[in-house]
Design a binder for this molecule. Structure first.
Ligand SMILES: Nc1ncnc2c1ncn2[C@@H]1O[C@H](COP(=O)(O)OP(=O)(O)OP(=O)(O)O)[C@@H](O)[C@H]1O
Ligand SMILES: [Mg+2]
Length: 265
């Protein structure tokens, strides 16, 4: 079998590579529980490009942190490539994260390093040789259209350019998954469109399974599938999400403090 034949086509009938079942996350704010995720069932197929849309505070970053093995759920399971990651220890989780490229809400680039050095960093950590990683970082910066900005530090780049460096860095270790938190946050409309086109092209060319979470509905334009998150629960359609949001606002929800809650009309 050739490498090309092994690649699953970009159709939603590919195999499920990422799944959550009844995923819950409760943060303790002092003695008050905050139910950030209240039972999320999600299934992502290989090569998919998914957008999860939701308002501020709906649990988007929390969900991304869970499926990227950055934080542990309070309940439920997360299955990545047939492996239940809720049962893994710290080292095994680090291993899972090696297959994940993250693009964070606020870029998270290192200010004193150049664009090239930022992209090299994951490869440096991995122990790749200098010449090899410089070549790869240069190629990746070319790929995202920043071949002429390799020596710039983040403060010498525009927001959109910084975001592209972050995307190049996320690709540096050939991840099988890309998880993006507000990939078009903090950038203007024109740059946003260029970033979206880039994400779409990378997904098509590199066939990396991609989940983008955002409050920006225009991001959904490039997604093959859009899901909606409201108050820690995931919905398949905007209509369901709107009804849930309105219902939630119209009802007074009393938190019992023990993980359960009561609804009063
Ligand atoms: N470490 C934490 N401790 C306590 N509560 C938290 C913590 N992190 C998040 N939360 C709460 O959990 C809920 C979900 O937060 P999350 O960051 O996932 O939202 P979000 O959808 O990413 O919002 P935004 O669009 O503003 O980034 C919020 O109500 C938030 O206040
Ligand atoms: Mg967030």
């Amino acid at each position: 079998m050739t490498a090309d034949e092994r690649v699953t086509p970009l159709l939603a009938d590919g195999s499920t590579v990422l799944e959550t079942r009844g995923l819950k996350k409760t943060y303790m704010q002092g003695k008050v529980p905050v139910h950030a995720l209240r039972g999320v069932d999600l299934a992502v197929k290989e090569g998919e490009l998914i957008a999860i849309l939701g308002p501020s505070g709906s649990g988007k970053s929390t969900l991304l942190n869970m499926i990227g093995a950055l934080d542990r759920p309070s309940a439920g399971t997360i299955i990545i490539e047939q492996q239940d990651i809720s049962k893994l220890n710290k080292n095994q989780l680090a291993e899972v994260r090696r297959n994940v490229g993250f693009v964070f809400q606020y870029f998270n680039l290192i200010g004193r390093l150049t664009a090239l050095q930022n992209v090299e960093l994951p490869m440096t950590i991995k122990g790749m040789g200098g010449a090899q990683r410089r070549q790869k970082a240069t190629d990746l910066l070319d790929l995202v259209g920043l071949g002429d900005r390799v020596k710039h530090k983040p403060s010498e780049l525009s927001g959109g350019q910084q975001q592209r460096v972050a995307i190049a860095r996320a690709l540096a270790q050939d991840p099988r998954f890309m998880l993006m938190d507000e990939p078009t946050g903090n950038i203007d409309t024109k740059t946003r469109d260029a970033i979206l086109e880039l994400i779409k092209r990378l997904n098509a060319e590199k066939r990396v399974t991609t989940v983008m979470i955002t409050h920006d509905a225009s991001v959904a334009r490039i997604a093959r599938r859009t899901l909606y998150i409201v108050d820690g629960l995931l919905y398949n359609t905007q209509e369901e999400a709107i009804i849930a949001e309105e219902t939630h606002q119209a009802l007074e929800i009393k938190d019992n403090g023990d993980g359960s809650s009561e609804v009063r009309v």
